[in-house]
Design a protein around this ligand. Structure first.
Ligand code: HEM
Length: 226
């Protein structure tokens, strides 16, 4: 028990927690995207999928609490690492390598905070239905929550769609750098492996951006309609 707590308070232990919680959240982002893309198959598969998620009952709450715990740990341990790094070099470097850091790397805190704000808005929008309360009462012919209708009506608002597209762009940027950091923490940064995960990270981030952004874009362009 003691060795676990001393590992968790070590810098390497904290790095592992940030990496593993990031990996868990990445898994959710991929799974959620695959679920959402069913909107292109029409109302029936999407509403059936949403009903299946709701039917998980207590298990759904376990998953939600697990996600919340990962988000909190990811943020708290990132802050702790940042504070430790600052304390370790209070004066700062005479010559910084800031220019060598890529744009996504310099944007990690900002993109992370923006994604957090987006998630809060998104939960109020499509889960708690606080932005448009009529979303809560939409049912299809089979009496299921009409998630398809809710998405189409939600994304017919240009402001909401633009916000989602910008937010998933920031999410993709955050993941792009996060994937690199993950492999570094796992020690997979040899000269051979590095180009592989760098290219893979860029490709995956683009896929995630294009996948999520395709939904509001399809609604705005009339490809998806009621
Ligand atoms: C175009 C992009 C997206 C669409 C269309 C979308 C759609 C949805 C819908 C319809 C729900 C409610 C499901 C229901 O109550 O039946 C939902 C919930 C949720 N979404 Fe998204 N989402 C998108 C992007 C994202 C992103 C990028 C994230 C995270 C970074 C995210 C995280 C969540 C979370 C955490 C929930 C709550 C799950 C729950 O507790 O049941 N979503 N989303």
């Amino acid at each position: 028990m003691n060795s676990i707590s001393s590992y968790l308070s070590s810098s390497i232990g904290r790095k592992w927690i940030v990496a593993l919680t990031g990996l868990g959240l990445f898994g959710f982002v991929v799974g959620h995207l695959i679920g959402n893309l069913q909107v292109f198959l029409g109302p029936e598969p999407l509403n059936r999928y949403a009903l299946f998620l709701q039917s998980l009952g207590e298990l759904l709450w376990v998953i939600r609490l697990g996600l919340l715990a990962m988000v909190v740990a990811h943020i708290v341990f990132t802050i702790k690492l940042r504070m430790e790094n600052r304390a370790a070099r209070p004066v700062g470097y005479a010559v910084t390598n800031r220019r060598a850091a890529t744009f996504p790397a310099r944007m990690m805190t900002l993109s992370g905070l923006m994604v957090l704000c987006f998630i809060i808005f998104h939960l109020l929008h499509f889960t708690a239905h606080k932005i448009d309360p009529s979303f809560a009462h939409m049912t299809d012919a089979m009496g299921r929550h009409d998630v398809y209708r809710m998405l189409i009506l939600g994304f017919q608002s240009k402001a909401a769609s633009t916000f989602y597209i910008v937010a998933v762009g920031l999410l993709a940027m955050h993941l792009n750098h996060g994937i690199g950091s993950l492999f570094q923490t796992l020690g997979l940064n040899s000269a051979k492996l590095r180009p592989l995960w760098e290219k893979g990270g860029v490709a995956l981030s683009w896929l995630i951006f294009l996948g999520y952004a395709s939904i509001p874009v399809a609604v705005l362009t009339g490809v998806l309609k009621l």
